[in-house]
Write a protein that binds this ligand. Structure first.
Ligand code: URA
Length: 437
């Protein structure tokens, strides 16, 4: 078999066999097939797409490209959660402690930022000393002791996805249904949880801009999960504007902490309650979503979810004092408002542009090896449907470089549309997908 022929076959719209897929995944994982050939194949897949059979074969080949975690030593049902990626999506930071405080074991593998979207690991590294490089033994020990552990993708777990993820990030080949579905599900299957709750984003800040594509992605992933014997459910949620107000690593951590103190933004709280309910139901802790929501609200109001976050940060080497004193988190030197050019209602915010503003400020990677600045980002002052007076701030930029601040400000202003009429409110939750035979 030759990689050249595989690229050519896909470029011409052919269907790759299981063997061809296994060949390129194995060769790429071992370093025998170079980045440039795999980049070409990713671009061919991007344009020609993959069938369901190819997507399943790609998922399984990536899940088997390294070890699979054996979580049988963890007591009870292990629940994992994964988002397809969004802007201001700090959900895991608040949700994992909420669910763990309700008695569910959260054994989660997370990723770094991808394209215009942020990643949970980068955000967690805002806590001084925090590490997601855990050995399997420590991962299991932490879940058994405190109910949560989040680890980064090790060299042993779905290593093919780890390499492909970083390559797709810098070759504009992220937003393809099969590549996203196989990337997420290969990690989830290798990471060994019994139940998987997926947050599939749709809108201008998501990889799936159209709701029908997000639904197709949700259905594909739920089917793959069911095929592999995992209880899988997908929530389709709006990402046509940033989630909450904060965008940028440390800024999002602060907003997640506020949420655990009961002072979270309405949309973010709604999403945490919806996903959290699915996790509690999948883990057998609640009969229905009303009972689950009541449990989740209780762990916020009695402070146990916030304490759980502190325990989790401490258990992974971080300074848990930052949970109670968020002013210890990285801070940017320049904090400047973006004034509204006119009065009216904010009718639309081009959400991926907001993610790119954070990237321009240094909050994301431009190449595989870029260092990121955890302190920078934006905090929105107005969301879609809010009224703004000319000159009032639309958002506040947090930067460490004046020229980057100016560029991000201008870009943010252009990303916002202001109209005389108040726009209609769109629902945050667009549907829930479960496997039906
Ligand atoms: N999240 C992932 O883990 N992979 C993708 O391809 C997109 C989002």
């Amino acid at each position: 078999m030759r990689m050249y022929d595989i690229i050519m076959k896909k470029r011409s719209g052919g269907e790759l066999t299981k063997e061809e897929i296994a060949y390129f995944i194995e060769g790429y994982t071992k370093g025998e097939i170079p980045d440039y050939q795999v980049s070409a194949l990713m671009m061919a897949i991007y344009f020609q797409k993959m069938t369901q059979q190819e997507t399943l074969a790609l998922t399984m080949a990536m899940a088997d490209s390294g070890d699979r975690l054996d979580l049988s030593e963890i007591h009870g049902v292990k629940v994992d959660k994964h988002s397809t990626g969004g802007v201001g999506d700090k959900t895991s930071l608040a949700l994992a402690p909420m669910v763990a405080a309700c008695g569910i074991s959260v054994a989660k593998m997370s990723g770094r930022g991808l394209g215009h979207t942020g990643g949970t690991i980068d955000k967690l590294e805002s806590f001084p000393g925090f590490t997601t490089s855990l050995t399997t033994d420590r991962f299991i020990e932490n879940v058994n002791r405190i109910g949560i552990a989040i680890m980064g993708q090790t060299a042993d777990l779905a290593p093919a996805d780890k390499k492909l993820y970083a390559l797709r990030d810098v070759t504009a080949t992220v937003d393809n249904l099969s590549l996203i579905a196989s990337s997420i599900m290969s990690k989830k299957l290798a990471a060994g949880a019994d139940a998987i709750v997926l947050d599939v984003k749709t809108g201008s800040g998501a990889f799936m801009k159209q709701e029908k594509d997000a639904r197709a992605l949700a259905e594909e992933m739920v089917k793959i999960g069911a095929n592999a014997g995992r209880k899988t459910v997908a929530v389709i949620s709006d990402m046509d504007q940033p989630l909450g107000y904060a965008v940028g690593n440390a800024l999002e951590v602060k907003e997640a902490i506020d949420t655990l103190k009961g002072k979270g933004p309405e949309d973010f709280v709604e999403l945490c309650l919806t996903l959290g309910s699915q996790m509690l139901m999948a883990g057998g802790k609640a009969e229905d979503s009303e009972a689950a929501e009541a449990m989740l609200k209780a762990v916020i109001s009695d402070g146990s979810a916030l304490r759980k976050l502190a325990e989790f940060v401490e258990a992974q080497g971080g300074d848990s004092q930052a949970v109670y004193h968020p002013e210890m988190l990285p801070k940017a030197a320049i904090v400047q408002p973006v004034p509204a050019p006119e009065s009216g209602y904010v009718s639309h915010i081009v959400c991926d542009e907001v993610g790119l503003c954070s990237l321009i400020l240094g909050g994301g990677r431009e190449t595989k090896d870029s260092e990121i600045d955890l302190s920078v980002g934006l905090v929105l002052c107005k969301k879609v449907g809010d009224y703004v007076e000319a000159g009032e701030p639309l958002a506040v930029i947090h930067a460490n470089d004046p020229s980057r601040a100016a560029e991000a400000s201008e870009r943010y202003r252009r990303a916002c549309s202001i109209t005389a009429e108040k726009p209609e409110k769109v629902p945050l939750i667009k549907g829930i997908v479960r496997y039906v035979q």
